[in-house]
Design a protein. Structure first.
Length: 100
């Protein structure tokens, strides 16, 4: 895989909701799913393998335990929350410039 997406979910319900939305996007984009692992115990981890992109939806406990980010030494890590904040700040700056 060229890209891993590792997302933390807050509950089993949250996991189901995020997975449902992802499957809708995957179908809309016509992506091929090579493998889908859904834990039979409902332990809070779902893996969706789209070939070049592998998506891990994990509870905070499992994400801390497995520390998947530490398995790759050379990688680009993008924190979606940080990216969102930076993007919003840039938009706010652009809005202020337009008002001047």
């Amino acid at each position: 895989a060229d890209c891993f997406i590792i997302a933390t979910v807050n509950s089993v319900g949250h996991l189901k909701g995020v997975a449902h939305e992802l499957w809708g996007e995957i179908n809309d984009l016509g992506l091929t799913v090579a493998n889908r692992h859904k834990s039979p115990q409902g332990d809070g981890w779902e893996l969706i393998d789209c070939g070049d992109i592998v998506i891990h939806l994990m509870s905070e406990e499992l994400r801390d335990f497995y520390s998947l980010e530490k398995l790759w030494q050379s990688r680009l890590v993008v924190d979606a929350d940080t990216e969102k904040e930076e993007s919003q700040e840039e938009e706010d700056d652009d809005d202020e410039k337009e008002e001047e």
